[in-house]
Design a binder for this molecule. Structure first.
Ligand SMILES: NC(=O)c1ccc[n+]([C@@H]2O[C@H](COP(=O)([O-])OP(=O)(O)OC[C@H]3O[C@@H](n4cnc5c(N)ncnc54)[C@H](O)[C@@H]3O)[C@@H](O)[C@H]2O)c1
Ligand SMILES: O=C(O)C(=O)C[C@]1(C(=O)O)C=C[C@@H](O)C=C1
Length: 306
């Protein structure tokens, strides 16, 4: 794989940015990678572990001369960061982001992109429940999707270079419209996270009655919920506040289905339960047959969350 950008700047040095750094280095996709994180502690950790070729003490310093600027902060902070770096962006550079929600990021970042600078929003569909500069690993994006969400009429070279970067980091790339992205992700990621948070919260509420047995005897299904529910609170608060409509739409449908199943249990309608579970099992099997069960290996998951 050959170099795609001379200079890349990563703003926000957590799981996603650090994984990008190691993946770019693995494939030689960038000349110099600069980085900036808001907290001095994170910048110090980054320097100690060799994360980024140069860790800068301001976002402006990090983006000066950069050909690609990647915003890797929580969705709710994207607009303020874009405003901060706006005047320092090099003409012809591309700004991208990795946010889990796209319409809100576009609305908050686009007004700060100067004439002559390209903006190509993106979202890698890969992550873990860990966060911070030490949680990243080069393999995170291998065989995962990365969705690009360029506006109509975007500069094609800017889009294609970003595609080459993500493919070089191991991802499969597709383009998608922002509203469609937000609806699809509400189904596949945002609502499931809320359900996991809720289930673990219910177990915690019951812990006095069950004397912590839910933790002791937690079976695989509940363990998966606890992993998901350990995800970063700031990131997920921002996701729900910024993808409100789509998430509420999906939660409404979820609640209706849940009530239907609840009724089937109460009335002893085994046929309905059996048919429902047969349908959902087929979906899982379809995913596996299509080769889309791209669970990343367990790298980095043993490390403590930052
Ligand atoms: N974690 C995932 O599974 C995942 C997957 C795909 C996309 N994303 C998206 O990637 C982005 C980063 O997530 P992450 O998992 O790397 O998070 P993280 O918590 O590991 O890192 C976030 C970084 O942003 C910095 N930051 C936080 N608030 C800031 C602010 N107001 N101004 C400047 N910097 C700030 C933090 O100090 C940290 O360096 C988010 O937008 C998230 O939605 C996350
Ligand atoms: O594997 C996990 O821990 C994740 O939650 C990753 C996950 C997801 O829901 O699949 C979380 C948020 C994203 O924006 C993309 C990926």
């Amino acid at each position: 794989m050959s170099q795609v950008y001379d200079r890349v700047a990563l703003i926000g040095l957590g799981l996603i940015a650090s994984s990008m750094f190691w993946a770019m280095k693995r494939a030689g996709l960038a000349g110099e990678v600069t980085g900036y994180a808001r907290s001095a502690e994170t910048r110090e950790t980054a320097r100690q572990i060799g994360l980024c070729d140069r860790v800068c003490d301001s976002a402006v310093e990090a983006v000066e001369g950069a050909d690609l600027i990647v915003l890797c902060v929580p969705v709710g902070a994207m607009g303020a960061v874009a405003q901060e770096i706006s005047a320092a962006l090099k003409p012809g550079a591309t700004v991208t982001d990795v946010g889990s929600v796209k319409r809100h990021v576009i609305q908050s970042v686009a007004p700060h992109i100067p004439e002559g600078v390209h903006f190509v929003p993106a979202h890698p569909l890969a992550g873990t429940e860990h966060s911070g500069p030490e949680s990243g690993f080069a393999e995170l994006y291998d065989n995962r999707w990365c969705l690009l969400v360029p506006a109509e009429g975007s500069d094609r070279d800017a889009v294609e270079n970003l595609r080459a970067l993500w493919e070089g980091m191991g991802a499969n790339v597709e383009e998608m419209d922002a509203d469609h992205h937000d609806l699809v992700l509400a189904v596949t990621s945002h609502a499931p996270h809320l359900i996991a948070y809720t289930m673990v919260g219910v177990a915690d509420d019951l812990s006095r009655v069950t004397d912590s047995e839910v933790i002791k005897y937690s079976a695989a299904g509940f363990r998966d919920f606890t992993r998901i529910a350990a995800s970063d609170p700031t990131m997920w608060r921002d996701v729900f506040l910024t993808n409100k409509d789509a998430t509420l739409e999906i939660l409404g449908r979820f609640t209706e289905e849940l009530f239907a199943l609840q009724r089937a249990i109460r009335t002893g309608d085994g046929e309905q339960l059996f048919d429902y579970f047969t349908r959902t099992r087929a979906i899982r099997r379809g995913i596996i047959e299509a080769g889309q069960d791209t669970d990343a290996p367990d790298f980095g998951r043993g490390k403590a969350a930052q």
